[in-house]
Design a protein around this ligand. Structure first.
Ligand code: EPU
Length: 428
């Protein structure tokens, strides 16, 4: 087990380069199941979740070549080549799905190409109950037979048939699963109330390179014309907008001047708009954002509400909440995506934050000077918010259970040290 030891109140100066997006890499890897030819992915981040997806695909007999994995191999831009010709099982077992819910992304491609899939139901997780009923209903609408047995969902189909699917709520991995399934179905699949995240557009671009016919990705109606077979492709993973947003917030919280490069500021509009409202200075180019803050005056307290893209992302809610402890009055933060995504609040309170929670609303009082403490990471994005809190706080913060952080942030402590943070990974 490792922990991070952070000596706070150091301003940050320099450049942080953003890695490939975890939530684009995972579906991109699952999409390889749709073809017998090689799928080459470039700019894959070194993350525990990517390693879990590699393990899952290898367990099915898929060859994965080139990915080095592991924390020690960090900051080497990685490529991975996937080939399914030796595939021999069509199952995602509980041991892997319980460590990473995104394992469910193999469901759509398995049924579409092989007509069978057995995937463990993920169950609840730290941030909410997170059902996959919409994935399952979508596949059933495409003609698949679905049964649930001993905690597994078994799906079979001769060949999926295109149909119209209207999601009750936009679901990111649900849209990805049905989009992948639709590529090899007979006829046209239409997804209404589809998720519009950049990761969806990126997956559609990859599937198009593989020969699929898809229109409307990035809007709330996606149309997929099914074809008989897909071929291999070479694809660059888009930059991680949540990692970029996390460093933008960290720079604003700690103060100094930081350039966040290899990002797409257009994927961060909702955050940047709120940053401006809070009085934070920044400039942007096509692929970078420079954030500058003297840290002399309090910020303006602003209100945020998490919503599906292009609105404010739930994956930046915890980080922005920490920033709002530096507001001049009271900030109201409403979480509408996941019902239990305020686990960081109890830890922040231990550092002196004045935050109260009523149902899905957090009321954050500003003008707070945080103090270092021993704290615990509870989930991936909460962990990142606690690192930011440690950077701002007086004295030393010790953050344990950082395996959550390693799931989604490539060597965060190295990237932060490079811009002047006093942060160290220590074995315990
Ligand atoms: N939902 C259902 N039924 C379903 C699917 C979703 O009710 O079958 C509900 C969820 O409970 C939630 C809402 O729909 O209230 C949206 O969830 P969504 O399905 O969009 O989430 P997801 O696909 O499981 C992805 C990201 C998450 C991110 C969310 C929201 C990946 C691999 N994961 O999850 O990323 O928070 O979209 O943007 O893309 C993270 O990276 O830390 C992370 C949690």
């Amino acid at each position: 087990m490792n922990k991070l030891v952070i000596k706070g109140r150091k301003k940050l100066y320099g450049t942080v380069e953003i890695s490939g997006a975890k939530n684009a890499a995972l579906p991109a890897m699952a999409a390889a199941i749709l073809t017998s030819e090689d799928v080459h992915l470039h700019g894959v981040p070194h993350l525990a979740d990517v390693t879990t997806m590699v393990d899952l695909l290898e367990k099915m007999g898929i060859k994965t070549m080139g990915y080095k994995g592991g924390h020690e191999n960090n900051l080497i831009k990685s490529s991975i080549t996937l080939n399914t010709s030796g595939m021999n099982t069509y199952e995602a077992p509980y041991e892997l799905v319980k460590t990473m819910r995104a394992s469910v992304l193999v469901l759509g491609p398995l049924v579409a190409r092989y007509g069978k899939a057995k995937v463990s139901l993920p169950g609840g997780c730290a941030i909410g109950s997170r059902p996959i009923d919409l994935h399952i209903k979508g596949l059933a609408a495409l003609g698949a037979n679905v049964s649930i047995d001993h905690g597994y969902v078994n799906v079979t189909a001769k060949r999926l048939k295109g149909a119209k699917i209207v999601f009750d709520t936009p679901t990111v991995t649900g849209t990805e699963n049905i989009m992948m399934a639709g590529t090899l179905a007979k006829g046209i699949t239409v997804i209404e109330n589809a998720a519009k995240e950049p990761e969806i557009t990126s997956l559609a671009e990859q599937l198009t390179k593989m020969g699929a016919v898809i229109h409307g990705a990035g809007t709330d109606i996606i149309e997929i014309q099914g074809i008989d077979r897909l071929h291999g492709c070479s694809m660059d993973i888009i930059p991680d907008r949540i990692e970029a947003g996390t460093y933008i917030i960290a720079a604003a919280a700690a103060g100094g001047e930081v350039e966040v490069t290899n990002c797409n500021p257009r994927h961060l509009d909702a955050l940047l708009f709120k940053m401006k409202e809070a009085g934070i200075e920044y400039t942007e180019t096509d692929n970078s954002v420079v954030v500058k803050r003297e840290r002399e005056a309090w910020l303006k307290s602003v209100t945020i509400k998490t919503m599906p893209y292009p609105n404010f992302p739930t994956d930046l809610q915890a980080q922005f909440m920490v920033l709002m402890t530096q507001g001049d009055s009271t900030s109201i933060i409403t979480e509408t995506i996941f019902e239990n995504r305020f686990m960081h609040v109890a830890e922040l309170r231990r550092m002196g934050a004045d935050i109260t929670v009523e149902n899905n609303v957090a009321i954050v009082k500003g003008r707070t000077r945080l103090t270092g403490a021993q704290i615990m990471a509870t989930d991936l994005r909460a962990s990142a918010s606690l690192v930011i809190a440690g950077l701002m706080a007086d004295n030393v913060t010790e953050l344990s259970r950082i395996y959550h952080l390693d799931r989604g942030y490539e060597v965060m402590e190295k990237k932060l040290s490079k811009i002047g943070a006093k942060i160290e990974r220590v074995k315990v």
